[in-house]
Design a binder for this molecule. Structure first.
Ligand code: PEP
Ligand code: MN
Length: 268
């Protein structure tokens, strides 16, 4: 009997669709881009670098939100087009976060894939709508969500016709050397239960530029199917999450090394 099934405390875990999920192929996911899209030029620079490093998806906050209303995350409609133009010119898929169901139809016109941010990860009405989208949905863990809650949220997605992917992006903890603490052990623990692809997000998972590379590689070595990295042409000038933004050059090196570690890890 699996470890997941032996647990006796709390509500009985119930995520049958997640457990039964069949992912047709094992491939590497590399999502890269700035925290927020700031304009066409910035988007193009980031997308070009992402493509050069072999990224599969171009990310960028357009509708995201941060912990505090004063945080400047996402400049909304004006940058949706910039994002898609930059992605298309570089043959990348767009990943755009949705925080409000009312924006879903608009975002769907520009998004190849959706992101559910940490703060919306238990917004079940939103998850139910996204489940019907037929697209890839990258679900980030909420900063206080345990394994069962992450898989429970994923179950809402798995019940529809979308393709769920889980992104481990760190949790609240007592540690004060990081903004959020990346629980690397969640990765193999989730992968022991489901074939839903799991990605590691070392950018939000630490909040520290200097820790992005080691934690990206740790996550991949632990079995992650891919990585999400925030990068920016001028990291210190990033309008959001500047402390964790890496340069385009460093971002490219991280993505390429991560892919090599992934290729080596899957030989096990
Ligand atoms: C983001 O991806 O830029 C973001 C705000 O992520 P999270 O929801 O993980 O904080
Ligand atoms: Mn961010």
């Amino acid at each position: 009997m699996s470890f997941a099934k032996q647990r006796r405390f709390g509500p009985t875990p119930a995520y049958p669709e997640v457990e039964a999920w069949v992912e047709p192929d094992r491939k590497f996911y590399a999502i890269a881009g700035p925290c927020s899209i700031e304009g066409l030029e910035q988007a193009q620079e980031c997308a070009r670098a992402a493509a050069e490093a072999g990224a599969t998806h171009f990310r960028g906050g357009v509708f995201s939100a941060g912990t505090y209303p004063r945080d400047r995350f996402g400049l909304r409609h004006e940058h949706l087009k910039a994002m898609r133009v930059a992605a298309r010119m570089n043959d990348l898929k767009t990943v755009i976060e949705v925080i409000d169901i009312r924006d879903l139809d608009t975002i769907a016109m520009y998004a190849d894939a959706f992101q559910v941010g940490a703060r919306q990860a238990q917004g079940y009405a939103l998850l139910q709508e996204l489940a019907k989208s037929g697209k890839e949905v990258f679900l980030k863990n909420g900063s206080g969500m345990k394994l069962d809650e992450i898989l429970g949220a994923c179950e809402y997605l798995a019940r529809g016709n979308c393709r769920p992917r889980i992104v481990i992006r760190g949790s609240s903890s007592f540690h004060d050397h990081v903004r959020w603490d990346l629980s690397v052990s969640l990765i193999p623990a989730i992968k022991a239960i489901t074939q839903v692809p799991v990605l590691v997000d070392p950018s939000h998972g630490t909040g520290r530029r200097d820790l992005v590379r080691p934690m990206a590689l740790a996550g991949i070595a632990a079995g992650a199917d891919g990585v999400l990295v925030e990068m920016h042409p001028k990291p210190d000038k990033s309008v959001s999450d500047a402390e964790q933004a890496v340069s385009l050059e460093d971002g490219k090196a991280i993505l390429m090394t991560a892919k090599m570690v992934w290729a080596a890890a899957r030989e096990w």
